[in-house]
Design a protein around this ligand. Structure first.
Ligand SMILES: *[C@@H]1O[C@H](CO)[C@@H](O)[C@H](O)[C@H]1NC(C)=O
Ligand SMILES: *[C@@H]1O[C@H](CO)[C@@H](O)[C@H](O)[C@H]1NC(C)=O
Ligand SMILES: *[C@@H]1O[C@H](CO)[C@@H](O)[C@H](O)[C@H]1NC(C)=O
Ligand SMILES: *[C@@H]1O[C@H](CO)[C@@H](O)[C@H](O)[C@H]1NC(C)=O
Ligand SMILES: *[C@@H]1O[C@H](CO)[C@@H](O)[C@H](O)[C@H]1NC(C)=O
Length: 497
């Protein structure tokens, strides 16, 4: 293969200067951080703690959690019971007991996480009787060895994206082709990027663009040629994704592809949810949701890539691709509901709490914020249960992997059938996303959002947090205190089902 090079590699001398500048910058940032701690707990550098906590609470001190020194802490435990009789997804199953409130402790995270006040005498951190919970079985392992995924982005974004990409690609046998668009990137950097992904069981090939004058949008179309060249005999599908395209369940993607014929030209993707964007950019597969093309279509396009790049007025990758397909092939778009471009801004809580089972998610670290890999961790254990909803005691809704919401005065099934209009100008999305209800005022809905999920000794621990004021001591002096709810899931052993 021809060695591509866009610019000469960075010299050692300029590298040294860059390192010094970056170090000084980071130190400045660190110093600033210490000053702006406010009520957040104090943490010594280099992970030194003054008084450490018991191992089952110590994670609460993690800096990235950003919790207040004192927190209100509750813990609940479930034992998943695999069942084929779980209720259909649209209806919210009822559980006739409360999820929260039976007891809460206030912990001091800077003092061994000791209990400084408690609503009941028992130590709940240590006594957590698991409640049996009927839940769907895990999906079978996904085999994506017939798919080549392609992305065009920078080296650092590829490094940062490992946790999210590995959630769905690791161990699936998929081929992953990355066009690294940095102005200059060394062979060593490309090789160590491949090693990084290899250590997560992902077969990555990292290359430079075949024409460095293209900008990153154009690269998203020009990659067609590389997908063609780097596909294997096994490859039936080529997918173009953004570096923030996330698939909660790779098995669902294998199911989607299996329902289409890969021996004829096929162009499969998701429309934007924004009617304005459709009016402006047109009907096409919006790349952030993931675009899937059969190899016969890729072969047809391969010979037209230069021509389309030269002819096209639009320079957006998605528009170049659809224009080239419409101008040079007979293939129409198959629009798949469930592939989400998520062209919305603000709080997407109403979407994530709507009972949706998304095939893909996008814009989760830019237009909105959602820890998608942590959220979807539950899908590894009970597949279909991701974002499934249960209602406890008529007023508390668990949207699995995303949130726990306590509605003052309860919430009805007809209300839960509607999407809560939480994000910016949400009502404008009713035509594309479905019927909505008004956003519930913060004073009437207490929300705990998931910030972390981690497997510990075969159990899954989900951490939900509600930042803000809490005045449990009732002395009128409101101290800003975060509230933490932990859900611990244990699962049947293999020989039990
Ligand atoms: C659920 O159904 C599948 C397929 O029909 C079967 O293999 C599995 O054993 C069933 N699981 C339970 C818990 O009944
Ligand atoms: C995936 O499927 C291919 C083709 O059917 C097969 O050769 C391969 O062994 C499978 N991989 C895994 C990990 O099951
Ligand atoms: C990655 O895929 C390429 C192309 O199919 C193949 O030649 C190579 O052996 C694969 N590497 C690994 C580590 O599986
Ligand atoms: C790269 O693209 C530019 C136009 O953007 C074109 O003039 C040039 O010939 C192309 N080079 C190659 C090697 O295709
Ligand atoms: C497709 O054809 C239209 C009409 O001739 C043209 O405006 C557009 O730029 C073409 N797009 C591509 C990608 O070739």
């Amino acid at each position: 293969m021809l060695i591509r090079r866009c610019h000469s590699p960075v010299s050692n001398r300029s590298l040294t200067i860059i390192i010094i500048v970056v170090t000084v910058f980071l130190l400045t940032l660190l110093a600033k951080k210490e000053h702006s701690n406010g009520t957040r707990q104090y943490e010594l550098p280099f992970g030194l703690a003054i008084k450490s906590c018991p191992s089952d609470l110590d994670h609460l001190r993690r800096k990235q959690y950003g919790l207040t020194r004192n927190v209100v802490y509750q813990k609940r435990c479930f034992r998943g019971v695999y069942s084929n009789e779980t209720s259909p997804r649209e209806s919210v199953a009822d559980i006739d007991e409360p999820l929260l409130g039976s007891r809460a402790d206030i912990l001091d995270l800077d003092d061994e996480c000791s209990i400084i006040s408690s609503s009941a005498p028992l130590d709940q951190a240590r006594s957590c009787e698991p409640i049996p919970f009927p839940i769907s079985e895990p999906f079978p392992a996904a085999n994506l060895s017939n798919v080549i995924f392609g992305v065009a982005t920078t080296l650092s974004r590829l490094q940062d994206s490992v946790p999210q990409i590995s959630h769905w690609m690791s161990g699936t046998g998929a081929l992953f082709l990355a066009i690294v668009v940095d102005k200059s990137v060394s062979d060593n950097s490309l090789a160590s990027l491949e090693q990084l992904y290899d250590s997560h069981d992902i077969n990555l090939t990292a290359i430079r663009p075949w024409n460095c004058t293209f900008d990153v949008n154009e690269q998203h179309f020009a990659i067609i040629r590389d997908l063609h060249d780097y596909s294997s005999e096994e490859t039936q599908w080529a997918a173009i994704i953004d570096d923030d395209t996330f698939f909660p369940s790779p098995y669902s993607i294998t199911q989607l592809l299996a329902s289409h014929d890969s021996t004829v030209p096929a162009y499969i993707g998701g429309l934007t949810e924004s009617q304005g964007a459709i009016d402006y950019f047109g009907v096409m597969a919006y790349g952030g949701a993931g675009v899937f093309m059969s190899m016969p279509l890729i072969r047809q396009l391969d010979s037209h890539v230069d021509e389309c790049l030269a002819a096209s007025l639009t320079r957006e990758g998605d528009g170049l691709l659809s224009g080239c397909i419409y101008n040079h092939t007979q293939t129409a778009l198959t629009a798949v509901p469930g592939l989400y471009q998520l062209d919305m801004r603000g709080d997407l809580g109403g979407f994530y709490e709507s009972g949706v089972f998304p095939l893909s998610l996008h814009h989760w670290k830019s237009w909105h914020q959602a820890p998608v890999d942590k959220m979807a961790k539950i899908a590894d254990f009970c597949g279909e249960c991701f974002l499934q909803r249960w209602r406890f005691n008529g007023d508390t809704v668990l949207a699995n992997g995303y949130s726990i919401s306590v509605y003052e005065g309860g919430i009805t099934q007809p209300e839960l059938d509607l999407i809560e209009a939480t994000w910016d100008a949400a009502r404008a999305y009713e035509d594309t996303m479905g019927a909505m209800r008004d956003k519930v005022d913060d004073s009437k809905k207490k929300s705990y959002r998931l910030i972390d999920a981690e497997e510990i000794d075969g159990k899954l621990r989900q951490v939900f947090v509600r930042h803000g004021a809490s005045d449990l001591d009732g002395d009128g002096e409101t101290e800003a205190m975060d509230e933490v709810v932990e859900l611990w899931w244990e699962w049947p052993q293999d020989d039990e089902y």
